[in-house]
Design a protein around this ligand. Structure first.
Ligand code: NDP
Ligand code: OXD
Length: 309
């Protein structure tokens, strides 16, 4: 069996080493050096070339290196009848939880205000709100949002979550569906966006939705930039209606150098690095899934192309 990788050149050795350990019986080749294309049964890709899939007639599954499959699903050559599997692996989940927890605690403990006070040499303790009196709202309760919710509940925050279908998580007030969105947003003093980008979520956080957050709320967006109306977000930050934003993803990436987010005092920018797939644990997850399929069992984490995630 052959696995074809389409990855950045600098990452190739790490992936090859990881697959040599977790899938030793498999030949691993790297696009575009693929030998006989009819021997390729599995592909692991992030942003494959336009003609990547053209001759791959024996594919059994396409694994995405990331959790978000929005770009892959719009690839013109993506075969219609081959399952697409999104990335769910422990390092990706842990990295995202660290990123979100860091920013939640930063906002909750008003660290930006202390920084500004320090710049003014101003010694002034600010009131300390107990975690239980702070509501963190998490949009998306999947592999990543679910883990974030659990960890925030463990820290005694009041946690609300919103998903498409009904979910039940210990310590989390769960909301679902469009009808419950206003009630959910009204509670979210710190809003965490971990939704996939799909036709149903694109532009979801527009001026009206941002206006439903409590005054002084903060936003953490680590999902995809296109979920948020960036102009509306800037207006809400400029007016002080929203107090802060931690943004890892943007409508246009890399974020253009003249973009107002770079200099905005209430915005923290990171370069789409909230969490990175780790070849070691990701190869283990892909290998386990391939073994399942080879045993005749169903693949895990298959994307529903109709829903887009
Ligand atoms: P999952 O597919 O596991 O979870 C998605 C969650 O979103 C589910 O709870 C789902 O609801 C909910 N959802 C989807 N559509 C809707 C909708 N229309 N209305 C309400 N809820 C909806 O995804 P992951 O947790 O693995 O990843 C989430 C996203 O995080 C990725 O798609 C990617 O864009 C982003 N990401 C960003 C990274 C970064 O470094 N910035 C790294 C990794 C991921 P339900 O439970 O009902 O299905
Ligand atoms: C992902 C990402 O989707 O890195 O995994 O954005």
């Amino acid at each position: 069996m052959t696995l074809l990788l389409a990855t950045r050149e600098e990452d190739t050795d790490g992936w090859k080493r990881a697959f040599a350990e977790h899938l030793p019986e498999t030949e691993v080749c790297v696009w575009p050096q693929l030998g006989d294309p009819r021997a390729v049964e599995y592909a692991l890709v992030w942003a494959p070339a336009e003609n990547f899939f053209d001759e791959l007639t024996a594919l059994k599954a396409i694994f995405c290196m990331g959790a978000g499959v929005d770009r892959l699903l719009t690839h013109a050559g993506l075969p219609a009848d081959v399952p697409v599997v999104r990335m769910v692996e422990p390092a990706l989940t842990e990295g995202m939880s660290q990123f979100v927890l860091y920013h939640v605690l930063r906002f909750h403990r008003r660290m930006d205000e202390y920084r500004r006070q320090q710049q003014r040499h101003e010694w002034r303790p600010l009131p300390q709100v107990p975690a239980g009196e702070r509501c963190v709202g998490i949009m998306g309760l999947g592999a990543l949002g679910g883990d974030v919710a659990r960890r925030l509940a463990d820290l005694d925050f009041t946690v609300a979550g919103w998903s498409r279908t009904a979910r039940s998580l210990p310590g989390v007030d769960c909301f679902h569906g469009g009808d419950a969105l206003t009630a959910f947003l009204r509670r979210a003093e710190i809003l965490v966006c971990l939704l996939p980008l799909t036709p149903a979520t694109e532009g979801l956080l527009d001026a009206a939705r941002l206006g439903e957050l409590p005054p002084g709320a903060c936003l953490i967006n680590a999902s995809r930039g296109a979920l948020v109306d960036e102009e509306a977000l800037l207006a809400a930050l400029d007016s002080g209606r929203l107090a802060g934003a931690a943004l890892d993803v943007f409508a246009h990436e890399p974020l253009p150098s003249q973009h107002p987010f770079w200099e905005h005092p209430a915005v923290a920018v990171t370069p789409h690095a909230a969490s990175l797939t780790a070849p070691e644990s990701a190869a283990a997850a892909v290998a386990a899934n391939i073994r399942r399929l080879e045993r005749g069992e169903a693949l895990r984490h298959v994307v529903d192309r109709r829903l887009g995630y």
